[in-house]
Design a protein around this ligand. Structure first.
Ligand code: NDP
Ligand code: PYC
Length: 344
């Protein structure tokens, strides 16, 4: 039976009020040892991905969070420590906790510093990131700043010409203000497909499109199981994407003091799925640039030019449309998923 804030449908889906979904996920996190403060951040992040139709990092991930917490690999109650490393540089020790609470701890001071000095680097180490990256940049752009975020993950991407995976699926997200209080935003893995989407394809018995990955012998395959069991993903754009993967390893790990994707070793923690690596976020105050207060208008001009040239869809458009629909009609959640979450 549908509970408070829920509406059952004929299709076996319950349309949940977003805040009710956040509250449910918070309860799951807290039940598995996450502090209330951290649970509030992680629950909003995961529910937000589901609301936005970003299935690879939505509710599907809850089982992985729970298994990881049970394994003792991550500290859900970690208290991040923000260290002042210079006028435009904050270091954050996430203390083997999740990256999002570490970013939240640094964000107010980082925004202040970006406005005071023109920019601020947030270098987070010893952090677990298991979510979508756009929530780490969107709020900054909504506040008028340009934001770039990078995370390394676990070695599942084979470098161009190499024999084994070294890079993570390393997402890169960017957001900037445009006219009318809107923002431009993109968020993409460096692999042709996110590892989460390969897992979903495997679970649903779907083949992968050609060009996504290789099997354990390095031979191209469309079998998601072959990619997941000893195979590897390819970087988008061949050597060009691989170089971006390398940059993200350097920025998110070497610069922050976190681990490279290939250094993640969770073998002593069966069930662990959240890579403990690092995250680098760079904030820029666009008012310091040559367009000054006209920056957002300049971005809008670019968006208009893209539209006039025939680009019908901007990155973020699909998610924003899904978000609007879900806020109006509720977030669709399958009965099976809902039962699992309610049973913790
Ligand atoms: P997608 O390939 O689905 O999308 C990448 C970006 O391209 C999005 O901004 C998307 O916008 C945009 N886009 C897609 N199609 C078009 C189009 N036709 N025209 C214009 N723009 C388009 O994302 P990925 O599979 O690469 O990544 C999925 C998620 O996985 C991301 O949120 C990422 O952060 C997360 N991830 C997290 C990792 C971690 O370590 N925490 C590791 C790897 C991935 P829109 O969103 O509106 O569709
Ligand atoms: O989907 O590639 C992925 C991923 C890795 C870590 C979290 N998500």
């Amino acid at each position: 039976m549908a509970g408070v804030g829920e509406r059952g449908g004929d299709d076996g889906m319950t349309h949940m009020d977003f805040e009710a979904l956040v509250a449910l996920l918070e309860r799951v996190f807290v039940a598995h040892g996450v502090s209330r403060a951290n649970a509030a951040i992680l629950a909003r992040n995961c529910a937000g991905a589901e609301r936005d139709g970003a299935a690879s990092h939505g509710l599907f991930r809850m089982a992985g969070y729970v298994a990881t917490l049970r394994s003792g690999w991550v500290d859900g109650a970690a208290v991040p420590v923000v260290e002042d490393a210079g006028a435009s540089f904050l270091r954050v020790d996430a203390a083997n906790g999740f990256a999002q609470p570490a970013l939240a701890a640094a964000a107010p001071l980082a925004m202040e510093r970006a406005r005071e000095t023109g920019a601020c680097v947030i270098a987070i180490r010893r952090s677990h990131h298991f979510g979508a990256l756009w929530p780490d940049v969107e709020p900054f752009a909504e506040a008028g700043l340009v934001a770039l975020a990078m995370v390394d993950s676990m070695a599942v991407v084979v470098p161009e010409g190499a024999q084994r995976p070294v890079y993570g699926t390393n997402p890169l997200a960017f957001a900037a203000p445009r006219g009318d209080g809107k923002i431009v935003v993109f968020d993409q893995a460096v692999s042709v497909m996110a590892h989460g989407d390969v897992q979903i394809a495997a679970r649903e018995g779907r083949a992968l499109p050609p060009g996504v990955g290789v099997d354990a012998a390095g031979v191209a395959t469309t079998d998601p199981h072959a990619v997941l069991n000893g195979g590897a993903l390819l970087a988008f754009g061949g050597h060009k994407g691989a170089s971006i993967a390398m940059m993200i390893e350097i920025m998110a790990a070497a610069l922050t003091g976190g681990l490279f994707s290939h250094e993640v070793d969770w073998s002593a923690h069966p069930g662990a799925q959240t890579p403990c690596t690092g995250e680098c976020v760079i904030l820029i105050d666009p008012a310091r640039g040559g367009s000054g207060a006209g920056f957002a208008a300049r971005v809008e001009q670019l968006v208009e030019a893209l539209g006039e040239a025939g680009q019908a869809r901007m990155p973020g458009d699909r998610r924003f449309a899904a978000r609007e629909r879900a806020m109006r009609e509720g977030v669709p959640v399958s009965s099976e998923m809902l039962a699992g979450l309610e049973g913790n």
